[in-house]
Design a binder for this molecule. Structure first.
Ligand code: DAK
Length: 261
């Protein structure tokens, strides 16, 4: 994997993806989006023993300060819509990834950056983080899913307010309204907390983890029947070797050794 805009470091089965454009507050340009798409679409397969992913931004000031404003100024309607669809598809690869993905939000998470954090399965912010959807300031609507995921996460009233006013909110308020899971003191502490959570999840049955993600996501997808997916995947899990091992380990009073089969 030769990436220009992302740094990827894997330790203990956790791949930490750092969006590395600190001179532009890690704004999402074409390279960032293409590389995220490559990683979650295919390249992750080349990492042996991958169990989970963290996404963060380089430096202490910004997670991602939005899409790169300098890149999207002169697009026509068809090109803009196509790029928006590509970004939506990329973020859906993250949302539907079979392994847990946590956003460590280390500063500004604006526009496409807030949308990226929302596409992850959980969000942990440093205390200096700020969240907002400032698209209307630019005469735009969100292009990477905020009109859908923000109401899902925080409810319609507050989502409307944030999307229409472009107001920025601090980490503590983001936690109070359910946009994020935890606030940590700083980036280092947020990364530590994310790794602690991901290491705990790594002790669980991998098939069960993947199917839980799939079933929860189905709740938010009108084209899917979440209850149907739940009972179908419950059946697949209960017939799995992992489930037999989990039950046996309980009886034998030992820790289960899961294989993901
Ligand atoms: N794009 C490009 N460069 C950015 C940037 C961005 N989003 N945000 C910051 N930078 C650059 C600044 O231009 C500056 O570069 P130099 O002037 O030094 O070369 C550098 O990062 C440092 O920024 P500041 O000097 O502004 O830093 P401050 O601490 O003073 O302010 C700030 C921090 C985050 C409040 C400020 O930088 C800011 O307001 N940034 C813009 C936030 C924003 O409006 N982001 C865009 C949100 S809308 C699309 C799909 C989706 C979208 C668009 C198109 N298509 C499919 C086409 C999504 C749009 C959005 O994300």
């Amino acid at each position: 994997m030769n990436y220009e805009a992302l740094l990827i470091d894997t330790q203990d089965g956790i791949a930490t993806i750092t969006i590395n454009r600190p001179q532009a507050l890690n704004a999402i340009n074409k390279s960032v989006m293409t590389e995220l798409n490559s990683f979650f679409g295919n390249d992750y397969k080349s990492i042996d023993g991958l169990k989970s992913v963290i996404i963060t931004g380089a430096g202490e000031k910004a997670f991602v300060a939005g899409a790169d404003i300098k890149e999207f100024a002169s697009l026509d309607a068809a090109a803009g819509s196509a790029l928006s669809k590509y970004g939506q598809d990329t973020y859906m690869l993250i949302e539907n990834f079979h392994l847990p993905v946590i956003a460590v939000v280390n500063g500004f998470a604006l526009g496409g950056g807030c949308e990226l954090a929302m596409a992850c399965h959980m969000r942990i912010a440093s205390s200096n983080a700020k969240f907002g959807q400032p698209e209307v300031n630019l005469g735009l609507i969100p292009g990477y899913g905020a009109s859908q995921r923000l109401p899902q996460l925080i409810g319609k009233s507050k989502a409307m307010e944030l999307l229409l006013t472009a107001d920025m909110i601090k980490a503590e308020e983001a936690k109070a309204i359910g946009l994020i899971n935890y606030v940590a003191e700083d980036k280092a502490e947020a990364l530590d907390l994310a790794k602690t959570i991901l290491k705990k999840i790594a002790t669980k049955g991998p098939l069960a983890v993947a199917k839980t993600i799939q079933a929860v996501n189905a709740y938010y997808d009108e084209s899917k029947d979440g209850y149907q997916i739940e009972h179908q995947e419950f059946g697949n899990c209960i017939a799995s070797e992992d489930c037999k091992e989990g039950a046996l380990a309980f009886v034998e009073k030992r820790r289960a050794v899961f294989t993901g089969k």
